[in-house]
Design a protein around this ligand. Structure first.
Ligand code: GAL
Length: 678
């Protein structure tokens, strides 16, 4: 058994960059003392340490890392050891300029920054293989080694000649003939038919951006090429340490947290042993409520739990503020514990930070860290981190437990890319990811657990599958949906579904016949509204506002559940229901506000007995999430509001954080959190 299987603690700690402090031995000694105080047990080392590990080509220096690894081991801690490819030493870029990335304008970048290497460069691959092999041979058997952290936040693309060649090979493998590629990309449009493979180039603002099939394939290629680079990185690591789990840190996009856009993590997650990700929500922002943001954080956590159907790790988060939001506001007292436990509640077995000690210079010198420039354990941030450390020890019984969910929401990266690229509808209001999060919100408010899945997932385990805005949908997915519903599943689809196939070619002869059969309707048109336009739909004798998109629907066997109030499609169906085999397919034709989604899903949840039996009287701003074992559950009750809230639950319990007995009436302070074991 390797360390990871034996580790019973939830992981607490984070990125530790002692290589920035080698000239300050007193600081390094103090770090160890503070780590124990903060109940920190796990550190990611060496993420950006290449220039310290290999200061000159072929000259390696491991003494400092030996010492830190030994010290961490001695205090009973774990090391997540990184490969350093996320940033390279200057000598490497200078001697081998091919390792530098070429941007989409075909400009070779200068040395600097990070996360900007070419994924194809043979030299970069060779140099990475050398340093990675050294690391695994030296530390593969180290008793502190818990896991491998491959590179850092892989992202971006390179358009150099090597990458162009690799792209062409990838296309040849996919399409075999140029005729097939020209057909898939609709070549004759604007005379874009290729007569030789060598004419194919990656998208560029200096050249081609209008061939949507090309854009889509380039994005797929970039994912595959990044995974290929990752596979190259782990070759020796896997061989020498087959029992040490491997991860690479994933991300989310924007301060408001939507799924990461530029890599298909559904694909990537198949190649990692454990999903880990870096979470930086803008708490206390001035554009939404705390609960709004908490629900979005919940969504992404659920996605990372669902992709591998196992607990995941938070690899980075901030104990206070970041340095890259527009406004870097401090977490209010209590928010650090609440937001940390929210990760655990959704299936994380860790809360790790970026970073342990605040840098002294360069761009991250004001990014929040556990230890500030004051080097003190007295300040508020250190105290709150220590509280989290103690709390994680008290709730370690949840480690390894999963979360049962009967609702699946589908997010599809290819659909996201194609829809973003589509010139049509409205450029501002597509909001695919945000739309999913709005549907998710109804369940989050009602404390009903959800998994965020992909079209490839096994749908049979869900009582309800929600697949909004599948603009790109493969015939295979239509067949899968039909099978799922026929077997008794409930499926919800929406406006802007069923336009193009997997190469971004539109379906011919009207809305796809398979969808027509499944939903019992034909979508005849989609009306795109101006931002201020509103229509209404009547549903269950209530009227709801609709905006942005209205599908004009012809019934072909479905029952109409609601109809439009205004415009040339007034009185026509806006929401439909169709029974197929043992199941039902619903179609929501227009974008509504949360009120409709809540009423619609509340009724469905009741009908399907999805409502959370443990929550007798909840509150939308209080999130209840459970971590479940076969026979028992632990309930995280979290108040994402600035007011005291009271909820009622089915059982008395004990709060693991305080040891207190808790009645069925639970009172929570603003940002209050309890971890309850009945
Ligand atoms: C992450 C990155 C870290 C650090 C952090 C700051 O994206 O992996 O190295 O820069 O952001 O928030």
């Amino acid at each position: 058994m390797r360390r990871y299987d034996l580790e019973t603690r939830l992981l607490h700690g984070g990125d530790y960059n002692p290589d920035q402090w080698l000239g300050y031995p007193e600081i390094l000694a103090k770090d160890l003392a503070l780590m124990e105080k903060a109940k920190a047990n796990t550190f990611s080392l060496g993420i950006f340490a290449w220039s310290t590990l290999e200061p000159e080509e072929g000259v390696f220096r491991f003494d400092w890392l030996d010492k830190i690894m030994a010290d961490i081991h001695e205090m009973g801690g774990n090391v997540i050891l990184a490969t350093p490819s996320g940033a390279r030493p200057a000598w490497l870029s200078q001697k081998y300029p091919e390792v530098l990335r070429t941007n989409e304008r075909r400009e070779k970048q200068l040395h600097g920054g990070r996360h900007n290497h070419c994924f194809s460069s043979p030299v970069y691959r060779k140099k990475v293989a050398i340093i990675n092999k050294k690391l695994v041979e030296r530390y593969g058997n180290h008793p502190a080694l818990l896991m491998w952290h491959i590179s850092n936040e892989y992202s971006g693309d390179c358009h150099c000649d090597y990458c162009q060649e690799n792209f062409r090979s990838w296309l040849k493998q996919k399409y075999t003939t140029l005729e097939a590629l020209n057909e898939a990309w609709w070549g004759p449009f604007w005379s874009h038919t290729y007569s030789d493979w060598s004419q194919v180039e990656s998208p560029s603002s200096l050249g081609e951006t209008m061939v949507h099939g090309l854009n889509l394939d380039w994005k797929r290629f970039v994912t595959d090429q990044t995974i290929d680079f990752y596979q190259h990185e782990i070759k020796d690591i896997r061989r020498v340490t087959p029992n040490i789990p491997i991860t690479t840190n994933f991300m989310a996009d924007t301060n408001d947290l939507i799924p990461f856009q530029s890599l298909d993590y559904g694909e990537f997650s198949k190649h990692v042993d454990i999903i880990s990700w870096d979470c930086y929500p803008a708490w206390h922002n001035d554009w939404g409520t705390t609960a709004d943001l908490a629900s979005k954080v919940g969504f992404i956590n659920d996605q990372y739990r669902s992709l591998k159907q196992q607990p995941f790790l938070i690899m980075e988060s901030t104990p206070s503020s970041v340095n890259w939001h527009d406004v870097n506001k401090a977490k209010r007292p209590g928010m650090h514990l609440l937001s940390s436990l929210q990760f655990i509640a959704h299936g994380s077995d860790s809360n790790l930070y970026f970073q342990w000690r605040k840098s002294r210079g360069s761009s991250e010198k004001f990014h929040g860290a556990v230890v500030d420039h004051d080097n003190s354990e007295e300040n508020r941030v250190f105290q709150e981190v220590t509280k989290v450390g103690h709390s994680l020890e008290k709730i370690k019984a949840v480690k390894g437990s999963y979360k049962k969910a009967k609702v699946g929401i589908i997010f599809d990266w290819a659909n996201n890319w194609a829809l973003e690229d589509a010139q049509g509808f409205s450029q501002q209001s597509k909001r695919y990811a945000q739309t999913l999060q709005e549907h998710y919100r109804s369940f989050w408010n009602a404390d009903i657990p959800v998994e965020v899945i992909t079209p490839e997932s096994d749908l049979g385990k869900y009582d309800l599958v929600i697949a909004p805005m599948l603009y790109l949908i493969e015939e295979e997915t239509m067949d899968k949906f039909t099978e799922y519903v026929t077997q008794g599943g409930r499926l919800v689809s929406t406006y802007v579904t069923g336009y193009v196939n997997e190469t971004d070619l539109t379906y011919l002869n009207g809305w796809p016949k398979k969808l027509q059969k499944l939903f019992g309707i034909a979508v005849k048109e989609t009306d795109t509204l101006y931002p201020k336009d509103r229509n209404q739909l009547n549903y269950q004798s209530k009227s709801y506002e609709v905006q942005d998109y209205c599908s004009i629907i012809e019934l072909k066997g479905a029952q109409s559940l609601g109809s439009y109030v205004q415009d040339f499609y007034a009185q026509q169906s806006a929401v439909t229901k169709h029974t197929v085999g043992a199941g039902t397919a619903y179609y929501i034709g227009a974008r509504t506000a949360q009120d409709f989604l809540t009423d619609f899903y509340t009724a469905l949840a009741q009908e399907l007995s999805l409502t959370n039996p443990w929550v007798v009287a909840g509150h939308p701003d209080v999130s209840v999430q459970s971590r479940d074992f076969e026979e028992e559950s632990y309930y995280f009750v979290m108040n994402f509001s600035e007011e005291i809230q009271i909820i009622e639950v089915a059982e008395e319990s004990t709060d693991l954080l305080t040891g207190e007995k808790i009645s069925k009436h639970i009172q929570l302070q603003p940002y209050g959190v309890k971890v309850l074991h009945p």
